[in-house]
Write a protein that binds this ligand. Structure first.
Ligand SMILES: [Zn+2]
Length: 113
């Protein structure tokens, strides 16, 4: 389950930032998780519960923005939404597409006190 390692690295980042700003409580964390990442949200949620137990993040409110997948065709320049990485361009059927959104996996903001 790779979600656990993702969660662990997020928790690390958050703890470092909280420490750097002398915060004792992380009230809120906002994350961007693109729809084209391989993160499975149920597994992510489960991993999160495991990872934050007995830590300063245990009561943190978690906001997750799912970023819709978007791509641009490298052949005809059409821009379109995609559901998965291997979708073809709906305009010309070309598979050479450039992913422009949906692969985000980042901590967007923290509210600490
Ligand atoms: Zn195209």
């Amino acid at each position: 389950m790779h979600e656990l390692s993702i969660v662990m690295s997020i928790v690390d980042i958050v703890n470092q930032q909280a420490e750097a700003s002398n915060a004792s409580v992380v009230e809120e964390i906002e994350m961007d998780i693109g729809c084209l990442t391989t993160v499975e949200m149920n597994a992510f949620e489960f991993a999160w519960q495991q990872a934050v137990r007995d830590t300063s993040l245990e009561k943190t409110i978690k906001k997750i923005n799912r970023i819709q997948g978007k791509a641009q065709c490298m052949d005809c320049d059409a821009q379109f939404s995609i559901e998965n990485l291997y979708d073809a361009c709906p305009a010309c059927g070309e598979h050479l597409i450039h992913i422009t959104a949906g692969k985000e996996l980042r901590v967007k903001s923290l509210v600490v006190t």
